[in-house]
Design a protein around this ligand. Structure first.
Ligand code: SIN
Ligand code: FE
Length: 297
């Protein structure tokens, strides 16, 4: 891991853990991740079995899907193409990543035990550089995670990433300013959602559940940051490279991030309701409510 840091954006904390399970040294670091830091484990590799190295190839990814993924709670494989035996082996690799990530998260964050919910697990064998996207979907631009069709209603997005590149290529990220400073940058320009719009989008199946005002503001922050080329070029930021064999953990709804390059990564999303944080006031929901002086539920 190497960083090229705008001195004010010093948000990567490094830990020397080498194992995913209960024997690893780091535990009880809820306050660090909730403060909007990136927990980096340069020596915590997700180890592929011999028969799994062949999966490090974009041909396993369905061209229409963004990623290969396993969806929970059913655990079905999505977005992959291949024969039944191959797909079963590919799924087993991704499921092992889900289980190891969960063991790690529960050791790092024992306060979340019983409350952390497993979201999708993704395998990303496609080169970041080759992803053709509209500006809104362009994850090489700094952003917080917020999704048009999947309103979070304040629920946190905690993500575990591992670089499994076999050729030495790092996952190259940029990270940016703290969430509150970022919210203040655009909040004055963000209006209220259209009356009846959230109901209509839910009714029409555009959103999976009702888009709350929290989701409206988060989507606006996501879009305004990506559309603001001045911010992208000159806003506070630091480069961070995650080498193959590195794992990192971050609240991606809070930490400004961008993926500039790299290929072959696994990612596990966890969901956590705000009241189960050790410090709920650090959440984007509570931060935005404090800045706007009203409930966004
Ligand atoms: C993102 O979450 O924006 C992309 C992360 C990555 O692909 O490295
Ligand atoms: Fe993102």
């Amino acid at each position: 891991m190497s960083t090229d840091t705008d001195a004010s954006i010093d948000i990567v904390r490094r830990y020397e853990d080498r194992s995913w399970g209960d024997d690893g040294p780091t535990r009880g670091v809820e306050d660090v991740v909730e403060a909007g830091q990136v927990l980096a484990f340069p020596r915590l590799a997700f180890v592929l079995e011999d028969g799994e190295r062949r999966f490090l190839d974009p041909r396993w990814a369905d061209a229409k899907a963004k990623n290969v993924s396993v969806r929970w709670p059913a655990g079905e494989l999505r977005g992959a193409v291949g024969g039944a035996d191959d797909l079963a082996a590919l799924r087993a690799m991704i499921v092992r990543f889900a289980e190891q990530s969960e063991a790690l998260a529960l050791r790092l964050f024992p306060h979340y035990r019983g409350h952390l919910r497993r979201g999708n697990t993704s395998f990303r064998p496609t080169d970041v550089a080759g992803r053709v996207r509209s500006w809104r979907q362009d994850d090489t631009r700094l952003h917080i995670d917020a999704f048009p069709s999947n309103p979070m209603q304040g629920t946190r997005l905690l993500r575990v990433f591992s670089n499994v590149n076999p050729d030495g290529a790092p996952r190259r990220w940029r990270v940016g300013e703290p969430f509150e400073a970022h919210a203040r940058r655009y909040l004055g320009a963000i209006g209220r959602p259209l009356a009846g719009g959230a109901w209509l989008m839910h009714k029409a199946g555009i959103t999976k559940r009702r888009r709350t005002e929290y989701d409206h503001v988060m989507l606006q922050l996501h879009d305004r940051a990506k559309a603001d080329l001045g911010f992208q070029q000159s806003g506070p930021q630091a480069r961070v490279d995650f080498a193959p064999g590195a794992t990192w953990v971050v609240y991606s709804d809070q930490v400004l991030h961008a993926a500039m390059g790299g290929q072959h990564m696994l990612e596990q999303t966890f969901l956590l309701d705000v009241e189960h944080l050790r410090q709920p006031e650090t959440s984007p929901l509570r931060t935005l409510e404090r800045l706007l002086h009203r409930s966004l539920r």
